[in-house]
Write a protein that binds this ligand. Structure first.
Ligand code: SF4
Length: 309
């Protein structure tokens, strides 16, 4: 229950839950809908389902008794490496490490390791677990991370491991472990067509109802592809075969999953086509997506610099 949820929120749920199902056998015999109903409001319903199927697996495959080894525990539904280690160490006094995010941070700092997870950190953790009171060791390490060795501003002067802590010796405790590398966003490239009628109206079109910016009004452009466009090639996708000339610079916009880099070609329509044309002064009538507003701003600024406005 405590994963992603605060203790304060969990307390009444926990009390109700154990009142309804005071032991493993009672829970294993419960119906999924009842368990989900008791969980309502805690979110992440997969945890409730796992709790039930785990109780059933222990009833059916382990004679109703929790297995004591971390290896056997990990085979149960919903029990991963950390939980298996914690149950084995705390409930069964097995010499197992329980590496939650707090404990991992402490060890990464004590040994000045850049990684905040993975086999090296797990090996370090395993090598430290004492034969006596491994459960207390696991809890103490997690508590140290939760109370003193916090992600920001660790209180090293109060820490019992201060003398042996490599990160503190270097004067940089907060730089361990290194923050996870941000995934690089994909780059996309396109060319937008700023097509004006002789009366100064701009050619617009509506995007397809499905996909990105569905049904929104846009300034037409080529497809957005992973390689920059050759401008001559891009012109073949223009709404009209007129004289296109490029605007200096480009418009950049970050969508959730990619970054878009747009070049802009300007042209004047020679035989104005049917479709959506808008005077520039009336563009605000349309709910243009931000990236389209950036194009408008970019072109207008470029024209102003050229003295065309
Ligand atoms: S000395 Fe500071 S950085 Fe090192 S374990 Fe203790 S609180 Fe964390």
């Amino acid at each position: 229950m405590l994963q992603q949820t605060t203790v304060k929120t969990v307390l009444p749920y926990f009390d109700r839950f154990v009142a309804l199902w005071p032991d493993l056998s009672a829970l294993a015999n419960a119906a999924l809908d009842e368990v989900l109903a008791a969980w309502q409001g805690l979110g992440y319903y997969a945890r409730a389902k796992n709790l039930l199927t785990c109780a059933q697996a222990i009833r059916d495959e382990h004679g109703g008794a929790f297995p004591a080894s971390a290896e056997a525990l990990r085979k149960l539904p919903g029990i991963g490496r950390y939980t298996a280690g914690a149950i084995a160490a705390i409930a069964f006094a097995q010499r197992e490490a329980a590496l939650d995010a707090n404990a991992a941070r402490v060890l990464a700092r004590v040994f000045a390791l850049k990684e905040g997870r993975g086999p090296r950190l797990e090996a370090v953790a395993a090598s430290l677990v004492p034969a006596g009171r491994p459960g207390d060791f696991a809890e103490a390490l997690m508590d140290l991370g939760a109370t003193l060795c916090t992600p920001r501003r660790p209180r090293c002067s109060l820490c019992p491991w201060r003398k042996g802590c490599a990160a503190t010796r270097r004067g940089l405790p907060e730089s361990f472990p290194a923050p996870p590398a941000k995934r690089q966003k994909k780059e996309r490239f396109g060319v937008a067509f700023w097509l004006l009628r002789e009366d100064g109206a701009l050619f617009l079109r509506r995007r397809p109802e499905k996909g990105l910016l569905p049904g929104m009004i846009e300034i037409p452009s080529t497809a957005w592809k992973s390689e920059p466009w050759d401008l001559e090639e891009a012109k073949r996708e223009a709404p009209e075969p007129v004289d296109w000339f490029p605007v200096e610079g480009q418009v950049r916009h970050a969508f959730t999953h990619f970054r878009l880099d747009l070049r802009i070609l300007c042209g004047t329509s020679e035989s104005p086509r049917e479709g959506l044309w808008s005077p520039l002064a009336e563009l605000s009538r349309f709910a243009l997506p931000t990236v389209m507003k950036k194009i408008v701003r970019h072109v207008l600024e470029a024209r102003a610099e050229d003295g065309k406005n």
